[in-house]
Structure formats: structure tokens, C-alpha cells
Design a protein around this ligand. Structure first.
Ligand SMILES: Cc1cc2nc3c(=O)[nH]c(=O)nc-3n(C[C@H](O)[C@H](O)[C@H](O)COP(=O)(O)O)c2cc1C
Length: 206
């Protein structure tokens, strides 16, 4: 049985909660991307959103290497991916590598929250993408040192994650049954009581 894009999105939709922005519940990470290119204007909007994330000392330690299909940048990011991710990410028209500067510009001291800030900016990026009807899928499955070498990224920058971005396609377009099965599995999250605590190990309000 194959599901349409609309059907799979319905299945991935988190239960609606009154007062929570719908985007948080509709965004998910597909692996099936269509051939459709992303316009430069939409791509810019996604990074415009990321740019306005909060960061320690307003350092804005994030840097994004952005590769569109056919470019040298795209190839370098793609080549760093593990084979499993290459299998599906090849269909994404945009590949992004997130990098974080680990020292503060104002005094040169270490910024221990640089990756945290990169993650925050990346979350903004994924939500703005969703607002534009674009899908994103973040990846830790790549060789960070291969990426560092390919782009000559200096040692004081930490390599974060790769993000595939583009328009979603049907689950049936994926390369094998395992990928299709994962694409149509409902999303799961820990219950709030496991993550919202009043003291270590104790649920808030208990
Ligand atoms: C930092 C990070 C690394 C991830 N690495 C991979 C990866 O290498 N390959 C992959 O297929 N999915 C990867 N994912 C996707 C997660 O599995 C996915 O976000 C998670 O299961 C929650 O699903 P959702 O984003 O659809 O809500 C990664 C996600 C994040 C945030």
C-alpha cells in the first residue's frame, strides 16, 4: 500500500493542542524529496529566520554552507554522508552543512554553547522551511572530518549537522521497503512528565 503526500502528512501530524503554534506539530523529517528546485528567494527566507535566533553574547556562531544540486558545495556535503543517508538524501535539491564558531569574537574565550546556538538557529530554519511548504531532514550521519577537509574549515569551528531541504515527495519514491516503512511510521515523543522536571528524576507537579 502506498500513501500520498497528504495522507502521510496527516499520519505524521502530532495531536493538536490549543494555543501551540500548528507548525510545531506539522513539521516532520521526510526522506522522500521531489525534483522541484527551491527558489533563491525562499532559500534566503529560511536563513533569514535562522539569523534571528538568540545566541550567547549575540555571537551568532552559526555558519551554513549551502549547496544546491549540481554545485561543488552540494557534492562536497553529499560525499561526506554515510551510505544510508546518501541513499535518500540524493533526491534533496539542497544540502546544508551547519558549523559553529567555538570562540567568542569579543574576547577570544571559548564559547561552550556554540553548538547549542547552532541548533537553535537550525530549529528556526526548519520551522521557517515548514511555513514555506518545504521539508527538512537533519543528519548526524556523515563524516565531520571529511567535511572539514573538503571545505578547509578552521579548527576553531565545530561541525554540527547536515540538513537536506526541498519539497516532499511520495513515500513510494524511496529506494527500498525499509525507507518506505520508516516514512509512514507515526511520530513518537516522550511524555511531558519525563522531560519537564521539578527536581532530578521527579516530574514537575508530582
Ligand atoms: C541532529 C540530528 C541528527 C539526525 N541524524 C539523522 C541521520 O543521520 N539520518 C536520518 O535519516 N535521520 C536523522 N535525523 C532525523 C531524526 O531521526 C528525526 O528528526 C527524529 O526521528 C524525529 O522525527 P521528526 O523530525 O520527523 O519529528 C537526525 C535529526 C537530528 C535533529
Amino acid at each position: 500500500m502506498t500513501l500520498s503526500i497528504e495522507e502521510v502528512n496527516r499520519l505524521k501530524h502530532a495531536p493538536k493542542i490549543e494555543g501551540v503554534l500548528p507548525l510545531f506539530h506539522t513539521r516532520w523529517s521526510p526522506r522522500s524529496f521531489s525534483d522541484r528546485e527551491v527558489s533563491p528567494a525562499d532559500l534566503e527566507k529560511v536563513f533569514e529566520a535562522a539569523r534571528w535566533a538568540a545566541s550567547s553574547y549575540n555571537e551568532q556562531p552559526w555558519r551554513f554552507l549551502v549547496g544546491t544540486r549540481g554545485s561543488e558545495t552540494y557534492k562536497k556535503i553529499f560525499d561526506s554522508l554515510i551510505p544510508f543517508n546518501q541513499l535518500w538524501a540524493a533526491s534533496a535539491p539542497v544540502l546544508i552543512l551547519g558549523v559553529a564558531k567555538t570562540t567568542f569574537s569579543h574576547n577570544g574565550t571559548p564559547n561552550r554553547v556554540a553548538l547549542y546556538d547552532l541548533g537553535a538557529a537550525t530549529s528556526y530554519l526548519t520551522l521557517q522551511a515548514a511555513a514555506l511548504g518545504l521539508a527538512t531532514h537533519q543528519m548526524a550521519g556523515f563524516d565531520p572530518e571529511a567535511a572539514r577537509k573538503a571545505f578547509a574549515i578552521p579548527a576553531d569551528y565545530l561541525i554540527g549537522a547536515v540538513i537536506a531541504l526541498g519539497y516532499q515527495s511520495e513515500p513510494a519514491a524511496l529506494a527500498n521497503e525499509q525507507l518506505v516503512a520508516q516514512e509512514v511510521t507515526p511520530r513518537q515523543r516522550k511524555p511531558l512528565k519525563e522531560v519537564m522536571l521539578s527536581s532530578w528524576g521527579a516530574a514537575e507537579g508530582s
